[in-house]
Design a protein around this ligand. Sequence first.
Ligand code: SF4
Ligand code: SF4
Length: 612
Amino acid sequence: MSLEEHRGAKNNGPRAPYTKPTDISDPDYFHKVVDCQWACPAHTPVPEYIRMIAQRQYTEAYMVNWESNVFPGILGRTCDRPCEPACRRGRIEEKPVAICRLKRVAADNRGDIEHLMPEIGPKNGKRVACIGGGPASLTVARDLAPLGYHVVVFDRDGAGGGMMRSQIPAFRLPEAVLNEEVDRIIDFGVETRFNHEVTSLKEVLNDDFDAIFVGTGAPRGRDLNIPGREEVADNFHIGIDWLMSVAFGHTSKIGKRVVVLGGGNTAMDCCRTAKRLGGEDVKVIVRSPFDTMKASPWEIEDAQNEDVEILNNHVPQKFLIEDGKLAAVVFEKVSPEIDAEGRRKMVPTGEEPVVVPCDDVLCAIGQENHFPWIERDIGLEFGEWDMPVVDKETFQSTNPKVFFGGDAAFGPENIIWAVAHGHQAAISIDSFCQQKDVRDRPPPEVTLVSQKMGMHEWSYHNDISNDERYLVPHADKNFTLKDIKMEVELGFDEQLAFDEAMRCLNCDVQTVFEDVKCIECDACVDVCPVDCINFIENSPEADLRQNLRVPANDMEQSLYVSDILPTGRSMIKDEDVCLHCGLCAERCPTAAWDMQQFLYKEGQAKNQQVAK
Ligand code: SF4
Ligand code: SF4
């Protein structure tokens, strides 16, 4: 039978109900297949920059990052890495690609980028106030200043950076890296009012700004009101305040025995900082089980490598005082139990209380928002938990002139979420200032380009490395523990970076199926190493998932469904397990499969300026 005859063969037609053919023109479809980019709040095109690093195109890789996440050098050291648990490599072996530390490689090795910075357009007469000088406000400034906005950043500290400066210790984030990326934005003509704490939003509203962005973070550390708290005030420190005091040089020592309360990343920064300021016996004591600690696993590992002990399932009960001074913290031991509603409760074990002698306590049990400076009669509503009512898409408050982002909008998150919020708020502020509908969002830029260079040749490297994840080398702790400014992580060198980059599966190089070319020879089915291609009868999705050669049980991942083919079957591919190896496209005799690179760039304020 010829191909033409085959195409003309009787199509049995769709049987209802059945699963609709996939619309690959929907930008979200292939975006979701790029697991890391989909999971990144700023939607950084990760595989694009990883390939550039493999080709030693560090400047280009830096710029891909800078466009979307604004702070590649900072985030390459400090990001909470929501992309890595999502990484496809983590589904074929234990460890994901070291996406975050590859970002740092781009920052460490890049060349000059001044000529790649956006041109600063003529002033458009609009003034925008950004309250707080952290990552959310700086992102708003970066997006709006080049478009002609006069942006004024207020911060109570003497320099920009917000929590990146005051809460992240220099041994994780060197000051020079921070300054360079912050100053680059300030150099876009941003007016700074540092050492200026805003104490009244009403005053700022009366100052003739066209829009106001609030990016003040979650600046209040939680206190612990247990017996003895007032008496031990001199040796009890709120973690984020103490870190800030260390960062600005006001605190340079601590007692030999230190208890850190809390199990998040702030607790890890506190204990490691304490080790550098004189703490010899430093314990992190957390009420939850070890495996549910909030800190990132790598932060916990780094603390343990510096001989910090972690005690779990301990609830602080009271402080012991001797000679008017803190002597110890008393803990009740608990263990987790699941109640009738399936909720986990920490239940006392009935064992003797645990007494932990100490000289100082660092309290890192959480952070809260705090808006005493926002008047309640300015049309800005507050809702649950005394948080401002903020639209989740536009970041606009109920006072249309005031926008929120970062931790100030919805509570504590992290730097990369603050950046993502900043981009979206900048879009809204631009629309608001230009009297456009803030609900009109600029669409993403999307391209899909064939990677075919010859019969069996692709312009991407589809022969994937089987290596396990490479570890980032650390400096000798005999030195790093003696110098609070000495960076612990040395970063990948070029060879390690290349080897790590080669672990990436290129999830953005998509398998694109053209059903009119398919002759249903099933050659792709035979060659696929993970059995993710199927030619079967269409049916409702739940059935379809079970009818595949390997059932598709990860409901988060899509099925690629073709139209009904001449024999009445459909091509069904489970995107979950595809390795993007290209073997299906190499084997296909009619080029019904092609490997096409999908590039997705999230819309930003500059894109809607072009559209206007
Ligand atoms: S394998 Fe590469 S492209 Fe795929 S999710 Fe991981 S880092 Fe991203
Ligand atoms: S690219 Fe093709 S052959 Fe390779 S895993 Fe994916 S579907 Fe199978």
